[in-house]
Unconditional design. Structure first.
Length: 348
């Protein structure tokens, strides 16, 4: 291949920014009907918009199953495979589980792009599943007009380790384990506004496994958890709020990937940022132009959003400091009593 092929030029969307907007998805699910039969073993389904389905295998052992796939967010095929694999594995970690094996999902335009690129995508994914200690045991492929890739991931966990996105309590502190900005930076690259070198911090973040979630599941003071992906920080935090609690976000404590702030101030953003906000308008107060762009930015393979009991805040912070999360050892917010706005953006 004499000329470098840019995968992002062969797709209309990128990464988790390909997700259908939250408002549209809710309408789809509302009109799709429900399972007529009650499955008592199904402990977590799509009703709570959680990260994965959970099935009771008996003897306090649970099966966690999820799937995630998307269009290229970077041009390099190997790196695209790495990011897609890390992103899919994240949903099992976000439930407090341990991945055990994966299946690959590959759509590829075999008449338009060299088939070697498909092999590179799979090799990239396998490098990440090797890091996670699990095999890609099979999968499915289709000839598709745009390249897409992802995984079905199965995991397990003891029942006591499962963490859901809707089990936070008033007073819980919020921690986020990665910086924000992947959607903004990759969009800027696609528009020719920044160089390949400028998105390397975002690439490193997207390739990093959220394996700490398996450990968080063993901590009693971690009371709820999710990962931040295509609906942005605001969207996934709204899923954690309930009829009983709202949340405050300390915007000055949120870590942004290098270059994100400057681009956000210029209103450089993926189209889905604004689609996300359309679904959240009226539920959020205190948001500004910059924070709207960053907090609604669709993240790909984003960090874990963790709700921690107030009395264990310092203990959790110390764990983060000692285990490579020094930048993220301060809480970015707290769950509070119910207000008119589900989320309030403020400064600490």
């Amino acid at each position: 291949m004499s000329e470098k092929i840019r995968l992002t030029q062969h797709s209309h969307g990128a990464g988790c920014g390909c997700k259908i907007a939250p408002e549209v998805l809710q309408n789809i699910l509302a009109n799709s009907g429900k399972n007529e039969k009650i499955f008592r073993e199904l402990l977590v389904g799509y009703d709570s918009a959680d990260d994965a389905a959970v099935w009771d295998l008996g003897n306090e052992n649970l099966l966690i199953t999820t799937t995630d796939f998307f269009l290229p967010i970077v041009d390099d095929a190997f790196t695209f495979g790495r990011i897609a694999a890390a992103n899919a594995l994240s949903d099992v970690y976000a439930m407090g589980g341990k991945p055990i094996f994966a299946l690959a999902l590959l759509g590829f335009p075999v008449e338009k792009l060299p088939i070697e690129l498909a092999s590179e995508i799979l090799s990239g994914a396998r490098s990440v599943t090797d890091e996670a200690g699990i095999p890609i045991a099979g999968g499915h492929t289709i000839d598709n007009v745009e390249p897409l890739f992802g995984l079905v991931v199965n995991g397990t966990a003891p029942k006591k380790n499962i963490r859901q996105n809707n089990s936070a309590h008033e007073g819980n502190y919020l921690f986020l384990t990665k910086s924000i900005g992947t959607g903004i930076l990759t969009t800027a690259l696609k528009r020719g506004l920044i160089t390949e070198e400028a998105i390397q911090p975002a690439v490193e973040s997207m390739c990093k496994l959220n394996s700490a979630g398996e450990i968080f599941g063993t901590m009693n003071h971690v009371q709820a958890m999710t990962d931040v992906t295509g609906f942005g920080l605001i969207g996934h935090l709204l899923e954690m709020c309930s009829e009983k609690i709202s949340a405050e976000i300390y915007y000055d404590r949120i870590q942004l990937i290098e270059g994100t702030k400057e681009l956000a101030q210029k209103f450089v953003a993926p189209d889905n940022t604004y689609r996300n906000w359309k679904s959240y308008d009226g539920k959020v107060s205190g948001i500004t132009g910059e924070s709207l762009i960053t907090l609604c930015d669709p993240q790909t393979s984003g960090g874990l959003l963790v709700a921690v009991a107030a009395e264990n805040k310092n203990e959790f912070s110390e764990w983060l400091k000692k285990n490579g999360f020094e930048k993220y050892c301060e809480p970015i917010g707290q769950f509070i009593e119910k207000r008119n706005a589900s989320i309030t953006i403020c400064k600490k």
